[in-house]
Design a protein around this ligand. Structure first.
Ligand SMILES: C[S@@+](CC[C@H](N)C(=O)[O-])C[C@H]1O[C@@H](n2cnc3c(N)ncnc32)[C@H](O)[C@@H]1O
Length: 239
């Protein structure tokens, strides 16, 4: 069951239980929110694997309550939903959200990329990696592929006048054979599949580099500390 579905189920059960209790004794809405937050927090300790979900459960009922009291036109909520869908809709499909490589990660990545190499950013977000390489490492031919429409469009505009290749589509349908370096900043979810694909398609001697996420049962050839506040690492596999 996906994390999002778990979230909905936990919140709904907590709402039904709390509504029953509050309905019986007619407490004010804030008590309702405290009950839902408490119950869903407790349930998420067991049902969700990431710690952050607990705090989302804890805060969510209060945010809903606040939103109900604010004089905001409901169309704004619809607009926010559509915008979130365009930015993060892909998460429901593959559990890879949008977050961007920071400058330290890009500097460490550049140290691994040979002179004149062809680089592919798999799941290229808004084109941050490519824009950095175009500016700092013009010797590298950098391409990127992204399937969420809004980040892709942003990247399209950002890279319009550059030599970077900017593709829209599924990274797992891209052919990796032409690349000397494939960079992936995804999530734990697709890493095994990526490893299978890299082994099938990438040329011997080429590099697969993951920002932060390991491949189960495939120890990397090198690990470089990025040196940021998250303690992130670049993991490098030589094919
Ligand atoms: C964590 S972001 C990394 C963005 C960029 N590579 C960077 O380092 O700044 C991951 C991106 O991969 C995209 N993505 C995930 N799975 C994908 C797939 N199968 N095909 C194309 N894009 C994908 C997501 O939409 C998201 O924008």
């Amino acid at each position: 069951m996906t994390q999002a579905l778990r979230f909905v189920l936990i919140q709904l059960s907590a709402i039904v239980l709390s509504a029953t209790i509050v309905g019986l004794v007619r407490w004010p809405a804030i008590i309702w929110a405290v009950l839902v937050a408490g119950m869903s927090f407790m349930a998420s300790l067991r049902w969700h694997d990431g710690k952050w979900w607990r705090y989302i459960h804890l805060v969510f009922p209060f945010v809903v309550l606040l939103a109900l009291f604010l004089p905001v036109d409901p169309l704004w909520y619809l607009a926010a939903l559509v915008l979130s869908w365009m930015l993060f809709g892909g998460v429901l499909r593959n559990r890879v959200p949008l977050y961007l490589s920071n400058t330290q990660a890009l500097e460490r990545l550049a140290e691994q990329v040979p002179q004149g190499a062809r680089l592919l950013d798999l799941g290229a977000g808004t084109g941050t990696v490519l824009a950095w390489f175009v500016y700092h490492r013009p010797d590298v031919q950098a391409d990127g592929i992204e399937f969420s429409w809004l980040p892709w469009l942003f990247g399209r505009l950002r890279l319009a006048r550059s030599s970077a290749g900017w593709l829209h589509g599924d990274a797992f349908a891209a052919d990796l054979a032409a690349y000397d370096v494939v960079y992936a900043y995804l999530s734990p979810e697709p890493m095994s599949l990526l490893w299978e694909k890299a082994q099938k398609e990438m040329r011997p001697g080429s590099l697969l580099i993951s920002n932060s996420f390991d491949i189960p049962n495939a120890p990397p050839a090198r690990v470089c500390d990025i040196g940021d506040w998250k303690g992130s690492r670049l993991l490098v596999w030589k094919i």
